[in-house]
Design a protein around this ligand. Structure first.
Ligand code: SAM
Length: 212
């Protein structure tokens, strides 16, 4: 899988100064380099633009790499709402989105995402595209909130669902979240309100369409 991803990134990745700067800013601020892969980012841009999404909700901002990729798929009237636990991460992401020209389209809610999601439900907010990329233990809770906040036909995309391939390899040393991801993938695959596929790009993405 590592080799295939390396190959995909080597053929399809082209120099992107904006995203390179985001990666540098993450390192300079002593944060972990755990942004989505270049190909995953490209796929996010394409999915947002192909679906014609207008209001995107992201869970897990880090330094704004995936945020920029999502925002690139929106037209100028589209919005990105991003949930992030760490105030300083959200500030960096906001700075990076502003530098990339999306400052007026993005807003950040800081604190535990479950609290922000509850707030969005009480505010009767609705979204047509979701990207889940935060603490893996809460993926199932996040999925349930996203379904509640979704317009009919919305897309929900979740990252890291292959847990570096360990969900499929019994002989591999399991990751901390391997078991969560196995259970999560089964939930997504069998959910009565979702039509889903898993794509082995980056660390694995599920893409689901919500039926309401
Ligand atoms: N999506 C980002 C990107 O590709 O640019 C990477 C996100 S990183 C893998 C996960 C992020 O989720 C971190 O910034 C972390 O602080 C945030 N996070 C972890 N637990 C959280 C929680 N309970 N609520 C909100 N955000 C959380």
């Amino acid at each position: 899988m590592k080799q295939i991803n390396k190959y995909i990134d080597s053929v399809f990745y082209s120099q992107d100064d904006t995203l390179e700067e985001v990666l540098n800013s993450i390192k300079e601020n002593g944060m972990r380099s755990i942004s989505v892969s270049p190909s995953t980012g490209k796929l996010l841009t394409l999915l947002v633009s192909m679906s014609g999404a207008k209001n995107v909700l992201e869970i897990g901002a880090l330094g704004g790499y995936s945020g920029i990729c999502l925002a690139r798929g929106l037209d100028r009237s589209g919005t990105l709402t991003s949930l992030e636990l760490m105030e300083s991460y959200a500030e960096l992401a906001n700075t990076n989105l502003s530098k990339a020209g999306f400052g007026s389209q993005v807003s950040y809610l800081t604190g535990p995402a479950l609290q922000s999601l509850e707030q969005l439900v009480s505010d009767n907010r609705q979204f047509d595209f979701f990207f889940i990329d935060a603490d893996k233990e809460n993926y199932e809770n996040y999925l349930n909130y996203c379904i509640r906040l979704a317009e009919n036909g919305a897309l929900i995309v979740c990252d890291n669902v292959l847990a570096r391939g360990t969900v499929a390899d019994e002989s591999a040393e399991p990751e901390r979240h391997t078991e969560f991801m196995k259970k999560f993938n089964e939930t997504v695959a069998n959910h009565p309100q979702l039509e889903s596929v898993l794509i082995p790009i980056g660390d694995g993405l599920t893409i689901s369409k919500v039926k309401k």
